[in-house]
Design a protein around this ligand. Structure first.
Ligand code: NAP
Length: 893
């Protein structure tokens, strides 16, 4: 059916006594509520929307403050479900004003005749799940109660204004306005003394406009925010051309993008660019006036790494200083307490320049707290400001408030949603809550929502929910409810995702920190719009994984489980590898596999800068061996870590784990010397082990010449390199040195047995496969030699070995032999620390800057190496500020 024809479909709600009976009741008539009405009507479901406001618009109905505009380009901030609608409506500006967006939503409501199913001026006063009828029973403050099978909160994320939390508001005799509840009639500010409290998006948009009208404007700022010039005007020609060139492709790209706007994934990292190149990129972004652009397109590490982010934050602060003439005001306006993007940045028109006006004063509430509001104005602990008008731009009880503050929602067993969420929101997919059957949320906590372009996210949610309701009807199911297990799995996945970005490092409304007493948790989904969409699709593909479905005349269905067990970035990497459909590495032969790995490594992000990288050779057991030395930028001499690369004793060289060595050199503040031991099949067992032992001894004896600290060295290795590091420790103990202060074994090969469960659980699909391990073993070592401790260190004598840090990954065939080695070391009295990394695969920690969630694990490894070397755990000169201790624990298995 053409979308426009849906309007003609009759709405067939029935009444039972005084109660309106519908299939679905929706709260809210903003972007989400309107599209829901349309989709549900199209599906033939009777629906009513209950809306407190007098008309459609949702957030755009209420937020009418001066200067209110969209801050995602409007061509992207539009419905995409109907191409006819898209070609009928033309936006007049790059960032539409609130009145224009409201007109658009009114136009949509008219076009699909949606108002006839909306009860305006109606607040739901309670929603209760009735276990007997399996329906939600709603009471309202206007009109008949409503009984519905399904109840959908389309209440938005920012619809419950936060109380001002300042004493004395009621005493004020002047005018008081809230940006989130701005009057519909004209507010006259001309000639008045106005105070604005709050410098989030609403404050930053309204302050320049208010300054032009008011006689005097005093801005009370608690936390400075980053703001960028919008450069509003006509929609940029290049974006419009892209959209109009292939509208369907443009929209599809947005749906699978990270933020819901079709920009490509940036791959160049900050340290690959010169200062001049970074500045050029920044100036382009500053001139572009586009939040999503500057948040995603400058360099790949800006949103995930504090150092990459700090470069950008410095450049913005420089801009603020160049615009604001008074240095003290410029300093007060410059944010220093959060990474750029971790708190919602703003888009402005003349915001910073407004502080150059003679009639504008900035009050830094951090230095001069507001103590009260009096009859005549605002008092700080230093001064009193007499004003005629106070504008509160103090924000919202975001995400949860939009749902729980609306009315009591009582689910199964009379449990209230507010109580269930008292410790922070719990949801499955951000769409549903265990214990609340047939309740859905659009853009609820746990969905990408506010970290995305809201409109495509809303469309995805609505489509997913509407499709589920149709599928249920077809199969005769009448209830759907998330399971506790699925919900707990989503909470874990959310926590994993929170390690991807820097949002966790700021106190913001994203985390609930803006509302006193609110539980602290990062509420929006940080894994991105496209990944989220694919997860929702997977839930369906796996037979509604994590949902219980029941119906009177059908057998109940419950495919319980967790939808994502991998770390989010591991999932992306493995998904990309699966799409490449590569032949098994072992099918290339040894040389072919080496060439393949060398080629593959070219596409990975470059390693980070360290103080110095030196290539050299050292005498091995049987001739010279190449090595690469990584020296920290800090003054030496530094302890030395002898490092052995991975590659199954067949692949790789002293340079092939370059990003890992650089990262660990920076994190530990120690020299890493990566040894180019010889490989099979040219040099089979025990060459790799003997070369590595000889190299370790030589490095220990020549530590001073290498610029290192004389005394014990440490050893480290990943995969087969972990095997070699473990063997080196055993040989050093048996052969009278060198002295080794500690061993770091990352996913080590420790034994020649293949019957441990991880060999079966993770036999295929996680890059390192069982058959590849068989191949490595066959090339390296004859079956007769495999039980030699130089091949299988688990079979060696373990007492008296240096302290060990053993890393194992959940989705690695080698997981259980790594755990077995750690257990055996501990049983032999060796000091052992472990990291059992959940959701990670064999290559997680080596894929530096690809698997971002590996950061916390590497920080722990570095801390252990420093302790083993007798240093304090923190590095001092090169801290790893991107990881807080509790986060490390959260990421560790
Ligand atoms: P907000 O970002 O939460 O900003 C509230 C401001 O009020 C902050 O500066 C906050 O300081 C301050 N504040 C709160 N309570 C205070 C108190 N008791 N004393 C002093 N200062 C206080 O709220 P918002 O500006 O309404 O924006 C919320 C979100 O809505 C935005 O982040 C954005 O997502 C959305 N929005 C979008 C648009 C758009 O698309 N154009 C426009 C407006 C809003 P602290 O930072 O110290 O808490």
């Amino acid at each position: 059916m053409p979308e426009a024809m849906v309007a003609t479909r009759a709405s067939e709600a029935t009444s039972s006594g005084n109660t309106l009976e519908v299939d679905v009741a929706v709260v809210g008539a903003g972007f989400a509520g309107l599209y829901l009405l349309h989709r549900l009507r199209k599906a033939g479901l009777t629906t009513v929307a209950l809306e407190e406001a007098g008309d459609v618009g949702g957030t755009w109905y209420w937020n009418r403050y001066p200067g209110a505009r969209c801050d995602i380009q409007t061509i992207d901030y539009s419905y995409t479900f109907d191409s006819d609608l898209e070609s009928t409506w033309k936006w007049s500006e790059k960032y539409a004003t609130q009145p224009e967006i409201l007109r658009y939503l009114g136009f949509v409501a008219d076009r699909y005749e949606l108002r006839r199913d909306i009860r305006f001026g109606t607040k739901v006063t309670a929603a209760t799940w009735d276990e007997v009828s399996e329906r939600w029973q709603l009471t309202t403050d206007n009109g008949a109660p409503v009984s519905c099978r399904h109840y959908i909160m389309a209440t938005g994320c920012l619809s419950a204004p936060k109380p001002p939390e300042i004493d004395g508001v009621k005493d004020f005799k002047g005018e008081v306005y809230f940006t989130g509840r701005w009057p519909h009639e004209e507010v006259k500010l001309a000639g008045k003394r106005v105070a604005v409290i709050g410098t989030g998006s609403s404050g930053i948009q309204s302050i320049p406009v208010i300054a032009e009208q008011a006689a005097q404007l005093t801005v009370f700022q608690r936390t400075p925010n980053f703001a960028l010039p919008a450069h509003n005007g006509r929609a940029p020609a290049d974006r419009v051309a892209l959209l109009e060139g292939d509208r369907a492709a443009y929209r599809e790209q947005a749906r699978w993008s990270l933020a819901g706007v079709p920009w490509p994934q940036q791959t160049v990292v900050s340290w690959q660019l010169s200062d001049a190149e970074r500045r050029e990129r920044f100036e382009t972004a500053w001139a572009a006036g586009d939040l999503v652009y500057i948040l995603t397109q400058l360099w790949a590490d800006q949103g995930v790494d504090v150092e990459g982010n700090a470069i950008l934050a410095d450049l913005i602060r420089e801009k603020i200083r160049s615009i604001v003439k008074d240095p003290e005001t410029a300093a007060a306006l410059s944010p220093h307490d959060h990474p750029f993007g971790a708190k919602r940045p703003c888009l402005d028109t003349n915001y910073y320049a407004t502080y150059n006006r003679a009639n504008v004063t900035l009050v830094n509430v951090r230095q001069e707290p507001i103590t009260s509001i009096t009859a005549t104005g605002i008092r700080t602990d230093k001064r009193t400001f007499d004003v005629d008008v106070i504008v509160f731009a103090t924000g919202f009880d975001a995400m949860t408030g939009a749902i729980t503050a609306v009315h009591p929602i009582m689910g199964r067993g009379g449990k209230s949603l507010s109580d269930v969420w008292a410790g922070g929101p719990q949801t499955y997919l951000g769409l549903t809550v265990a214990g609340f059957p047939n309740l859905f949320m659009i853009t609820g906590p746990g969905s990408p929502s506010v970290l995305s372009n809201m409109v495509p996210s809303i469309e995805q949610h609505v489509d997913w929910v509407a499709d589920r309701l149709m599928a249920m009807r077809e199969k005769g199911f009448t209830t759907i409810e998330a399971t506790e297990k699925a919900q707990a799995g989503w909470a874990r996945h959310m926590a994993d995702c929170s390690m991807l970005t820097l949002h966790r490092l700021a106190n913001t409304w994203y985390t609930g920190a803006n509302v006193p007493g609110k539980a602290h948790s990062l509420m929006p989904y940080t894994g991105g719009v496209g990944p989220y969409r694919s997860i929702c699709d997977e839930v369906v593909g796996h037979g509604m994984l994590g949902f219980r479905l029941t119906g009177a005349n059908v057998a109940a269905q419950c495919n319980d489980g967790e939808i994502v067990r991998l770390q989010p970035d591991v999932r992306l990497v493995l998904g990309m590898l699966a799409q490449m459909n590569l032949p098994p590495i072992e099918s290339f032969g040894a040389q072919g596999a080496r060439d393949f790995v060398a080629e593959f490594n070219k596409s990975r992000p470059a390693g980070r800068p360290v103080g110095e990288v030196v290539d050299g050779t050292l005498p091995g057991a049987d001739g010279p061996l190449a090595y690469r030395l990584y020296r920290p930028a800090t003054p030496g001499p530094h302890p030395i870590v002898v490092y052995f690369h991975g590659g199954g004793w067949v692949l790789g060289d002293e340079q092939s784990d370059d990003p890992l060595c650089r990262d660990m050199c920076r994190r530990t503040g120690m020299i890493f010397v990566s040894v180019g031991y010889r490989h099979a099949p040219e040099h089979r067992f025990p060459t790799a082990a003997e070369d590595s032992f000889a190299a370790t001894r030589w490095i220990a004896e020549h530590a001073g010449e290498l610029g290192g600290r004389p005394g014990p060295v440490l050893v480290a290795g990943w995969s087969a390199g972990g095997n070699i590091a473990a063997v080196t420790c055993q040989l050093a103990r048996e052969r009278g040195g060198p002295e080794i202060a500690g061993q770091l074994l990352v996913c080590p090969v420790t034994d020649c047995r293949f019957d441990r469960p991880s060999y079966n659980d993770n036999a295929a699909g996680y890059f390192l496969t069982r058959s590849l391990m068989y191949w490595f073993w066959d090339i390296y070592c004859s079956p007769a030699d495999r039980t030699d401790p130089r091949a299988s260190p688990l079979r060696g004598k373990l007492a008296g070995l240096p302290p060990a840090f053993v890393v194992t990954c959940e989705f690695d065939p080698l997981r259980d032999e790594g755990i077995a080695y750690a257990d055996a070391l501990a049983a032999a009295g060796v000091h052992v620390e472990r990291l059992q990394a959940s959701g990670h695969f064999h290559s997680s920690f080596a894929m530096v800057d690809v698997v971002i969630t590996g950061v916390s694990g590497r920080a722990r490894m570095a801390g252990a190496l420093r302790r083993f070397a007798g240093l304090s755990e923190g590095i001092g000169a090169q801290p790893a500020p991107d990881v807080a201790p509790q986060e490390i624990n959260a990421a560790a298995g």
